[in-house]
Design a protein around this ligand. Structure first.
Ligand SMILES: Cc1ncc(COP(=O)(O)O)c(C=O)c1O
Length: 592
């Protein structure tokens, strides 16, 4: 008898072991082979990777370019730096003051170019990250210089700055009588809820203060309703900076209960089909442009290679299959439309790709220029309590949710979507932006410049057609030509949809001129030996040498980068803030 029991127990153990092994194998197969697909290993490697900087000679000839080319580059580098400093002293001084005191600025300035070049670039090309005004598609710095703005305000600016200024002005007028009342809602919330329900084709909505918070709430609801622990996100996708979704390098606390799977692969669908612990799948449709890749930042341009492209049909096929698997398995499909939302279609990515999600998050532009996060979903998923279990609820609040000023600005934005002329701008949107990109690419090819653009509607990225150690320099040529980009640099241009043909012609001219200038200055010198593989090998050799102490991390005295000029904000850069006039409210004293 006891032998039979042992036999059964052994059989069950073997069976569960085999099941575990199969699940583990399926999960391993569904991870992207890069470090991005292996968050824990990536974090460990990141901790090992040593810093080192190129000295004077290497800085201009990291690709073994001949001395005359290196000299041309050096002269150009100095000329550009001088040009930046001369043109915008007040802006640069304000930027330097911010860099010292505002951690955000210090951080982003640290990650604009590959780190080997960083210190010299930082000191030679200080960036003016302070602006005074916008007008149309242009932005003005503190020194009065206007440039073409393709930052898209991190995705907020879909309809043009002038539109959002109007939203905020009118919102202030409409909210003023109520003021910053929180608790009782401004009446406009009724209309906002109705409109978002219609747009998202969902039963309920909730308001939050940022996109990150909206994602937090969507994930929390999915876990609450499914009773399952894990979320699936796809490699490279950004969903805000919350610990719970940000896997890999950049998050000191590894997220628990998150599977990071390879995007657009059958193996990932197999994981969804076979595991029973998955509550939800998070999709950021922006990844259609670079599946499994991070945001195409210039700081990653070690070899000049950037894999960006967009195949709408392939992505639609993927989303449909994902939708089917999630439906079959009772997994909540969440579209994180915080970034793309109303850029693609009035009904967002759901409408544009023709696939319905269970929960949708919006943010950025839907706030009409003010901070916002929104979740929309089926009633059953949005509900935060159970009728039959009074103490089993899913808590979510937030002091500033549904702030009257944000709600009235949002209402301005949502009403704008009703206008026939706005709706017309979405017709043929792919063709319009694709043809603009094609025209720019035609001009670049005609001039034999090793630069092209790839796009998903009005989200564009520069790609380079030859290996180079200096592709990251392009962002500075663009800046010199009067183009303002976000932190990511030439890897992401976000055009506002009020860009006219004339604006676009101006952009093309500046873009081509920047590329021509960069070519003339020798940065794209190349040789048969300068392959992507050779560059990677060289960087690996340098890294190993630093790790084992065979190469100094900082160049020897005399070889070092130019020390950063200490720029204190001049008196002129200090902003005089007018003192408010004190108006006494009519009270008993006034009545007397
Ligand atoms: C897809 C996506 N989700 C969430 C977020 C986070 O939004 P926020 O920065 O408002 O917190 C972002 C921000 O860029 C995003 O692109």
């Amino acid at each position: 008898m006891s032998q039979a029991l042992l036999f059964v127990a052994g059989g069950l153990a073997a069976l569960s072991g085999a099941r575990w092994l199969r699940a583990w194998l399926l999960l391993s197969r569904a991870k992207h082979p890069s470090l991005r697909g292996h968050a824990r290993i990536a974090r460990r490697v990141a901790k090992l990777l040593p810093y080192y900087a190129y000295g004077d000679g290497e800085f201009f000839a990291a690709d073994d370019a001949p001395a005359d080319v290196a000299a041309r580059r050096r002269a150009a580098f100095e000329r550009l730096g001088e040009q930046f400093r001369r043109k915008a002293p007040r802006t640069l001084a304000a930027g330097a003051a911010l860099e010292a005191g505002l951690a955000d600025v210090d951080f982003v300035n640290h990650y604009r170019v590959p780190f080997q070049f960083r210190e010299r670039v930082r000191s030679a090309f200080p960036l003016g990250v302070v602006a005074k005004a916008t007008r149309g598609r242009h932005i003005q710095d503190l020194d009065g210089n206007w440039s073409l703005d393709v930052t898209g305000a991190y995705g907020v600016n879909v309809f043009g700055y002038d539109f959002y200024k109007g939203c905020i002005d009118r919102a202030g007028d409409r909210a003023r009588t109520l003021g910053p009342v929180l608790g009782p809602y401004h009446e406009v919330v009724v209309d906002n809820v109705a409109r978002i329900r219609r747009i998202a084709r969902k039963d309920q909505v909730s308001f939050h203060m940022s996109g990150t918070e909206a994602v937090m709430q969507a994930v929390r609801l999915a876990r609450y309703h499914t009773g399952r622990s894990h979320i699936v996100r796809f490699c490279g996708a950004y969903h805000g900076w919350w610990d719970g979704v940000q896997a890999g390098v950049g998050n000191p606390r590894p997220p628990h209960e998150v599977y990071t799977l390879a995007d657009m692969t059958e193996a990932s669908l197999d994981v969804l089909r076979t595991r029973s612990d998955i509550a939800c799948v998070l999709i950021n449709p922006l990844q259609a442009m670079h599946p499994n890749g991070n945001a195409p930042s210039d700081s990653m341009l070690v070899t000049g290679a950037r894999s960006v492209g967009y195949d709408k049909h392939a992505y639609v096929r993927w989303l449909r299959r994902l939708r089917d698997v999630c439906t079959d398995r009772g997994i909540v499909l969440i579209f994180d439309e915080v970034f793309l939302g109303f850029r693609l279609a009035i009904g967002g990515a759901q409408e544009y790709f023709g696939v319905d999600a269970d929960l949708v998050t919006y943010g950025k532009t839907i706030g009409g220029g003010l901070p916002i996060g929104v979740v929309a979903g089926r009633a059953g998923l949005m509900k935060r309590f159970r009728d039959d279990k009074p103490t089993d609820f899913c808590f979510a609040r937030g002091t500033f949710n549904s702030h009257p000023y944000v709600m009235t600005a949002m209402n301005e934005f949502l009403q704008h979507l009703d206008w026939p002329e706005v709706q017309a701008t979405y017709r043929g949107i792919d063709e319009q932006w694709d043809s603009r990109a094609a025209e720019l690419n035609r001009r670049l090819a005609e001039r034999r410049l090793p630069v092209r653009v790839a796009n998903m509607v009005s989200v564009w990225a520069t790609v380079f057609t030859q290996p180079s150690r200096y592709a990251w320099m392009f962002q500075y040529y663009l800046r010199a030509a009067g183009v303002t980009m976000s932190w990511v640099g030439s890897g992401r241009f976000l055009f506002s949809h009020d860009f006219t043909e004339a604006d676009f012609a101006e952009f093309m001219e500046r873009f081509v001129a920047a590329a021509e200038m960069m070519a003339a200055d020798g940065w794209w010198w190349t040789s048969a030996q300068l392959t992507e593989k050779a560059i990677k090998r060289r960087v690996l050799r340098e890294t190993v040498a630093v790790l084992f102490g065979r190469r100094p991390a900082t160049p020897p005295e005399g070889e070092a980068a130019v020390p950063a000029p200490v720029v204190a904000p001049p008196a002129a850069a200090r902003v005089e803030i007018p003192r408010p006039q004190v108006v006494s409210a009519p009270g008993p004293a006034a009545a007397r």
